[in-house]
Each structure stands twice: as structure tokens, then as C-alpha cells.
Design a protein. Structure first.
Length: 306
């Protein structure tokens, strides 16, 4: 696993290990952060300092790892879910005695710093520090959710991945407690303004920063209050509204499915079909065949939600 170590003037031992990315977020439209699932061979690995903050989560069977950190040597057993946190500007060196898999996540400095600033923590408390073999069940939960998103045949809106990564940064800098004593729900007028913005921009890429700005809140605080007010996370609400609008347009029959998918903010037609199946239990084609019966059922669901 990645371990922070300062660069030295001595001749480094040759890099012997290989890393092969099995999944990558490069084509998913994620901005300011990213992830990949990497197959790592046994042997020595040297990784140069990066401009990004890096997190490595061990996946699968335990391996023995021999590391150098701050010119100190460490020998440890990396177990499933163990996390190493490597801040920007630090290099990594480690040696594994067997092949392993790492779920690797990176955060851009701007993305992390924006989250830190929005939490309004004291500068000394709001730092992303190097941490080795961190075992945090809540952080693991976020990491596995992001991994599932990375591996999904049809990924969710990038808003979901952004939400997960924001929560990961909050967890790493210990900012969760800063959200506890603040207002519990959005004011009615604020909630209405956010919802109106979502409705007007369903066909566009929505970000947490855009939505939080409508409420005049930080992204971490906005996420908490939105869920408390609407009863679901931001990304789920947005996807649900896109499915509902797509359903209406499909029944009108004026546009083909591919155009409707784009007009409602989905990446493509199969992405729309995936979410319609997940939320409604029916494909676009089945919905058109079902006709008014499904429409009545959907209206009952909407009424029950209000």
C-alpha cells in the first residue's frame, strides 16, 4: 500500500512491481477526484509525489507489506479494508510479498481545500494528514459505495460520486462533528429555490457546489440538510426527478428514447433504462406497452410521497 516517505538523495532501489488498472473513472465525467481498481504485483513499488491527495484501500486476502515512512521502516499485514492516506506532495514506497488489489482514490487539492474551507474548521484541525493502515468502518462504507459505482455497467450521475468523495474528505479531516450542531432542515423558501433550480437544469450536469450555492450553504452542510428535508440524498432526488420527467416524455410520444435520455440529463439511453428499471421496475419499452395502467400507478406513488 502507499506509504508516505520524503524523497532522499540516496540512490533508490529499482522499482520492480507492476500496477494494472482494471477499472478507471477517466471516462465517467468525474471532476476534481477520481478512482481506479488496480491489480498490484508482488515486489517493490515506488510512487513519486503527486499533486493529488491519494487514498489506497486494500481489497481481498491479507498480504505482508514492508514500508518506509519518514525514514522509519514498518512491517505490517494489510487486511481487507485497510486504508493508507497519502497527502499531496509525498512519495510512496512499499514492498508486498504477494499479489494484491488496491482500490485507489484521489482528490484534487482544490476539491479537498474547498471542502475544508466550507467546514469552517480551525486551520490546525482541518488538515489531511498521512495515515497508515487506518481502519474506519464509516470510511470503508463510503469507499465500497464508490467502488461499486466505478464497476457498475451504468454508473449513476456524477453527482453521486461527488457526494461520496466529499463525505470521504470530511471523514478524513474529522469534520463530521462540525455539522452536528447546525440547523437540521432547509428553510421552506430555500428548499423551494433549490428544487426549482434542479427542475430548470435537469438536462445539464448538476454539481453539489451549484446546488449548495442556491441554498447559501457549504456543500457538506447542504448535503445533511437536504437529506433531512427531502428524505433522500441529493443525487437520489435528482435521478428520481429525471426518471419521472423521462417517463412523462416517453408517454407523450413526441421524441425518441435517445433524445429523451439526453433531454433529461442521462448519459445515454441505456443509462435511462437502467434507472427506470431500478426505480419503477419497468423498462421504457415496457412502460409504453403498459399505457395508462402504469401512469395511474405512478400517480399513486407520487401522491404518497407528497
Amino acid at each position: 500500500m502507499n506509504v508516505a516517505t520524503p524523497m532522499t538523495q540516496s540512490q533508490p532501489e529499482p522499482h520492480r512491481g507492476s500496477r494494472i488498472a482494471v477499472y478507471s473513472s477517466k471516462m465517467l465525467g468525474w471532476q476534481g477526484f477520481g478512482a481506479e481498481l488496480v491489480k498490484v504485483s508482488a515486489g517493490l513499488h515506488r510512487m513519486p509525489a503527486s499533486i493529488h491527495h491519494r487514498v489506497g484501500v486494500h481489497v481481498g486476502a491479507p498480504v505482508n507489506a514492508h514500508c518506509i515512512c519518514d525514514e522509519r521502516r514498518h512491517t505490517r499485514i494489510q487486511a481487507h479494508g485497510d486504508v493508507d492516506v497519502i497527502p499531496a506532495g509525498l512519495a510512496g514506497q512499499w514492498s508486498d510479498d504477494a499479489n494484491c488489489t488496491i482500490f485507489s482514490v484521489w482528490f484534487g487539492e482544490d476539491f479537498a481545500q474547498r471542502t475544508v474551507e466550507q467546514l469552517a474548521l480551525k486551520s490546525g484541525d482541518a488538515q489531511l494528514r498521512p495515515r497508515l493502515q487506518m481502519r474506519d468502518p464509516r470510511f470503508q462504507h463510503l469507499a465500497w459505495a464508490l467502488r461499486a459505482e466505478l464497476e457498475a455497467d451504468d454508473a449513476s450521475d456524477p453527482l453521486y460520486a461527488e457526494s461520496l468523495c466529499t463525505a470521504m474528505v470530511v471523514r478524513l479531516i474529522g469534520g463530521a462533528a462540525a455539522l452536528e450542531d447546525r440547523r437540521r432542515t432547509l428553510a421552506p423558501k430555500t428548499a423551494a429555490r433549490v428544487i426549482e433550480f434542479i427542475e430548470a437544469h435537469l438536462d445539464q450536469r448538476l454539481t453539489l457546489s451549484d446546488l449548495a450555492a442556491q441554498a447559501g450553504l457549504s456543500v457538506p452542510h447542504f448535503k445533511v440538510l437536504f437529506r433531512a428535508t427531502l428524505g433522500m440524498p441529493v443525487h437520489r432526488y435528482v435521478v428520481q426527478r429525471r426518471v419521472e420527467r423521462a417517463t412523462t416524455l416517453l408517454r407523450e410520444g413526441k421524441l425518441n428514447a435517445s433524445q429523451i435520455a439526453l433531454d433529461t440529463g442521462f448519459a445515454h439511453q441505456s443509462h435511462m433504462a437502467h434507472w427506470m428499471g431500478r426505480l419503477l421496475g419497468i423498462t421504457p419499452r415496457e412502460l409504453l406497452r403498459a399505457g395508462p395502467a402504469v401512469a395511474s400507478s405512478d400517480r399513486r406513488v407520487d401522491a404518497g410521497r407528497q
